[in-house]
Ligand binder design. Structure first.
Ligand code: MLT
Length: 419
């Protein structure tokens, strides 16, 4: 049998063609004739109708709507509704959706017992994924794969409603301050900012510029097809685990510095360059030196081949927001110098290394007063609707449990020798 560029010696098989085909199929199974594609660089794990990426032209669309138009004209919760339910909401649908979310922003007081168990040095992402997973204890019906659609939708509303509360509480745990309860008279982002920054005996009013900028950033992070964290949510969900456990797994996948943790790693890199005198050329040369471990964080992307459309929007927003807030952050200038240097250097051009969504987002978060170790938490809040939409699509399509194959490369026959 000639297959995949290799020749296989087949045993002489008597009998019908069907018998021969079955034996060949068995042989293929034994020889592991499968496509190996570590990290899914060239194969897809599923099909989806939610988010479209055009890597060559830097196009990103949610359910067919361009990201630029959505970021300009919609609110984050409108985009969340679009991703999860497939259409932008009518005014009546939007009012019902936001009213349902408002109803569920409060969390069970027992959550504080879990929160108090985390030392203040805990990274907020670990606290967030744990608190989200703990919802399985408060809502055990989520463990029932046969629960009705109303129950499924309630779990979706609970996730959207409670993640800002959990995120703010994870921050308060980090800084050792008392938690704040939701203020349902506020919009989604203003409520989050108040829970984050309000201090006892002090009033707090979120700056509308800050709240609007945050709302736009959440839109830009809302979904991005089958990346590391989204395929994790689908994989865990494919075993019919609770939606809360599936989302918690996605948060943990996002945490890594090669994924959502990159926005924190970018700021740490820019701070390192600033502390070293701001010599961007020195760090460009270091990044090109294969013997130097330094790498430019926030550059390049698996799918986009020349630019990340979100980075363009965020870069402009960074200029606008810092100007409106009167913030003069020298690391924005360092970021722009790095970008200009990289985009004019053949080394980076040849490797498709240009700013991605994480390169500028941390600069805005900083200007909004968000602390560095909360940047990836902000990414998780933004990505939640996308994870939910992808989990819902997988469930509605009755997709089988995810189970990648492998090609075995170890020993097959070994003789046991007692000690
Ligand atoms: C994302 O938005 O999740 C990041 O760009 C990573 C990716 O999509 O691979």
């Amino acid at each position: 049998l000639s297959y995949g560029g290799k020749e296989y010696e087949l045993p002489v098989i008597e009998g019908t063609e069907n018998e021969k085909a079955i034996d060949i199929a068995k042989l293929r199974g034994q020889t592991g004739l499968i496509t190996i594609d570590p990290g899914f660089k060239n194969t897809g794990s599923t099909s989806s109708a939610i988010t479209y990426l055009d890597g060559e032209n830097g196009i990103l669309k949610y359910r067919g709507y361009g990201i630029e138009e959505l970021a300009e004209k919609s609110s984050f919760l409108e985009v969340a509704y679009l991703l999860i339910y497939g259409d932008l909401p009518s005014q009546k649908e939007y009012e019902k959706f936001t009213r349902e979310i408002t109803t569920h922003t409060l969390v069970h007081e027992d959550i504080k017992k879990i929160l108090d168990g985390f030392p203040s040095r805990s990274h907020p992402m670990g606290v967030l994924s744990s608190l989200i997973c703990s919802l399985t204890a408060f809502y055990p019906e989520s463990l029932d794969p046969t629960r009705n659609e109303e129950a499924v939708n309630l779990s979706i509303i609970r996730l959207l409603a409670k993640i800002p509360t959990f995120a703010a509480w994870a921050f308060k745990n980090k800084v050792g301050h008392p938690v704040n309860y939701p203020d349902n008279s506020l919009d989604y982002c203003s409520n989050f900012l108040k829970m984050m920054f309000a201090l006892p005996a002090e009033g707090y009013d979120a700056d509308p510029v800050v709240a609007k900028a945050l709302d736009q950033l959440l839109i830009l992070h809302a979904d991005h097809e089958q990346n590391c964290s989204t395929s994790t949510v689908r994989m865990v969900g494919s075993s019919q685990a609770s939606i809360y456990a599936s989302i918690s797994a996605g948060i943990n996948a996002l945490w890594g510095p090669l994924h959502g943790g990159a926005n924190q790693a970018v700021i740490e890199m820019l701070e390192e360059i600033k502390a070293d005198g701001g010599d961007t050329k020195k760090f460009i040369d270091k990044a090109k030196d294969k013997n130097d471990p330094f790498r430019l964080m926030g550059f390049g992307h698996r799918v986009y081949k020349n630019f990340d459309p979100r980075a363009k929007i965020i870069k402009k927003a960074a200029d606008d927001v810092l100007a409106k807030l009167g913030v003069n952050d020298p690391i924005l200038d360092i970021a722009k110098e790095l970008e200009e240097a990289a985009l004019s250097d053949q080394y980076f051009i040849d490797r498709n290394l240009y700013p991605n969504v994480d390169f500028y987002s941390g600069i805005i978060y900083r200007a909004l007063g968000i602390p560095t170790d909360m940047f990836t938490v902000m990414f998780a809040i933004g990505r939640l609707p996308g994870w939910i939409a992808q989990w819902k699509e997988m469930r509605e399509n009755n997709e089988p449990i995810g189970r990648p194959r492998q090609v075995y490369t170890g020993a097959t026959e070994r003789e046991y020798v007692s000690m």
